[in-house]
Write a protein that binds this ligand. Structure first.
Ligand code: 5GP
Length: 202
């Protein structure tokens, strides 16, 4: 049976690289191409990274119940269309949705058998360093994303599992354990996370 995984993280937690590596090691894992109304970055390909669209079209898709989930993130719409999910599942693949916490909440309520993961950075300092190292966004956008990151991270307990991306190989191994159904030690309610969360959410 197709399995559905949902992965969320604040910007800069390293989620995109993590998913890239998971897919490299597990060819059965497919991504679902989301729709967004934000501008395409120079490195992005329409239909591959996202389906880039305008607000009017996105809202017509909402009205037509075309989305499994959608949310406004950083003042833009992002959503997973039902059609994109069906396409990703075709051929018996497992699918991973890289979406924000609001979308994850909708998917969990509509597809309760999904497995949800939240990725945390190892510290606030490291989160900020990673956001700056990316250099694709302006200072104002980075500052806004840092503020939003704290809000995002405050929802970690809604997820089944939490991965701390301190050391990349370890984070990949942890995600693979969860995907393999052996993630008991990585549950979101484990007490060891408390000091890190206190620092990240302060
Ligand atoms: P970015 O603009 O950096 O590509 O993505 C910004 C945020 O939007 C990330 O937190 C990402 O997970 C989220 N996002 C991307 N696609 C979707 C989607 O289809 N649905 C939802 N709810 N969030 C998404």
């Amino acid at each position: 049976m197709n399995r559905l995984f949902v992965i969320a993280a604040p910007s800069g937690a390293g989620k995109t690289s993590l998913i890239h590596e998971l897919r490299r090691r597990d060819p059965n894992l497919r991504m679902c191409v989301s729709h967004t109304t934000r501008a395409r970055r120079a490195t992005e390909v329409d239909g591959d990274d996202y389906h880039f669209t305008d607000v009017a079209h996105f809202e017509s898709m909402i009205a037509g119940d075309a989305f499994l989930e959608y949310a406004r993130v950083f003042d833009h719409y992002y959503g997973t269309s039902r059609a994109a999910l069906t396409a990703a599942f075709a051929g018996g693949h497992d699918v991973i949705l890289e979406i924000d916490w609001q979308g994850a909440r909708q998917v969990r309520s509509r597809e309760p058998s999904c497995t949800s993961l939240f990725v945390l950075p190892p510290s606030r300092t490291e989160l900020e360093r990673r956001l700056r190292a990316r250099r694709t966004d302006s200072d104002a956008v980075i500052a806004r994303r840092l503020r939003d990151a704290v809000e995002d991270m405050s929802h970690y307990r809604e997820f089944d599992y939490v991965i701390v991306n301190a050391e990349f190989e370890r984070a990949v191994a942890d995600a693979r354990e969860i995907i393999a159904g052996r993630g008991t030690a990585l549950r979101a309610d484990r007490p060891e996370l408390a000091p890190l969360l206190a620092e990240l959410l302060a």
